[in-house]
Design a protein around this ligand. Structure first.
Ligand SMILES: C[S@@+](CC[C@H](N)C(=O)[O-])C[C@H]1O[C@@H](n2cnc3c(N)ncnc32)[C@H](O)[C@@H]1O
Length: 226
C-alpha cells in the first residue's frame, strides 16, 4: 500500500515538484515577507521584460532554497539581472532581506511555482536558467514530480534566446543522467565531456556543500541552444 502518496493526486490536481516545508523565521524576515513589495518582487510576468532591459544578461534561478548562491551571484555580477523563483517562505524572506540590506538592484524574487510562472513569460526573454540541486524525488513513483522533465525543457527552449543556456547541478546521479539524455535528445549542446565543468561564476549552494561534506560527487551540466 502506498501510504505516502500525496492526497492531491486523488483529485487529479497538478503534480507539484515541491512540498512546502516549515522553517523558523526571525521577526525581521516575517516582516520582509509580509511586505513583499513591488520593489523587490516581480508579480506580473509581463513586467519582467522591462525589469531585465538594462542588464547585460538575463538570468532566472529556479528553486534557490535559502538563496546563498543567488545573493552571491547578484553581488559578484552587478551587470547581470537575476530573478529568483522559490516557494519556500523562509528562503524568499531571507533573499528579500538581503536585497534590502545590501541594496541589490539587480536581484528580484518571485514567490511562486515555476511550473505555473514559466508558461506566462514571453518568448526569448532569458539568457540563462539556473537549476541547482532540485528535489531529486528518488522513489520511482515520485519521478513524475521532478522539475526537469521534457515539458520543462520545451518551455525553456521557448524562453531562451539563441545561444541561451541551462546550468543544472545535482548530487543525484540518476536524475543528472536523465536530464543529460533529454538534453542530448532535444539537440542541446553540452559543454565539456560527460559532465560540464562548473562555471567560474557559480558559487556553491547550501545543498551542494552538504553533499560534498557527506562525500557525494556533483554532476554539472551546462547546455545551450542555437
Ligand atoms: C533541494 S532544494 C535546493 C535549494 C538550493 N538550490 C540549493 O542548492 O541549496 C530545492 C528547492 O527547489 C524549490 N522548488 C521545487 N520546485 C519548485 C517550483 N516548481 N517552483 C519554485 N521552487 C521550487 C523547493 O522549494 C526547494 O527550496
Amino acid at each position: 500500500m502506498e501510504t505516502d502518496r500525496p492526497p492531491e493526486n486523488k483529485h487529479h490536481a497538478p503534480v507539484r515538484s515541491f512540498v512546502i516545508r516549515g522553517g523558523r523565521m526571525s521577526e525581521a524576515r516575517k516582516k520582509a515577507l509580509a511586505e513583499l513589495s513591488r520593489e523587490e518582487s516581480l508579480d506580473a510576468p509581463e513586467d519582467w521584460g522591462d525589469w531585465y532591459r538594462p542588464f547585460d544578461r538575463r538570468l532566472l534561478e529556479i528553486g534557490f532554497g535559502m538563496g546563498h548562491a543567488t545573493v552571491e551571484i547578484a553581488r559578484n555580477c552587478p551587470r547581470w539581472g537575476l530573478v529568483g523563483l522559490e516557494v519556500h517562505p523562509p528562503g524568499v524572506a531571507r533573499v528579500l532581506q538581503q536585497i534590502r540590506e545590501l541594496g541589490l538592484a539587480n536581484l528580484r524574487v518571485v514567490r511562486a511555482d515555476a511550473q505555473e510562472v514559466l508558461t506566462r513569460l514571453p518568448d526569448r526573454l532569458l539568457d540563462a536558467v539556473l537549476v541547482y540541486f532540485p528535489d531529486p524525488w528518488p522513489k520511482k513513483r515520485h519521478h513524475k514530480r521532478r522539475l526537469v522533465q521534457e515539458p520543462f525543457l520545451q518551455e525553456l527552449e521557448r524562453l531562451l534566446r539563441p545561444g541561451g543556456m541551462l546550468n543544472f547541478a545535482t548530487d543525484w546521479e540518476p536524475y543528472a543522467r536523465e536530464v543529460r539524455e533529454l538534453l542530448v535528445k532535444r539537440g542541446w549542446h553540452l559543454e565539456g565531456g560527460e559532465w560540464s565543468p562548473r562555471p567560474d561564476w557559480r558559487p556553491q549552494t547550501k545543498f551542494e556543500r552538504r553533499a560534498l561534506n557527506e562525500g557525494r560527487p556533483i554532476y554539472e551540466l551546462v547546455a545551450s541552444r542555437d
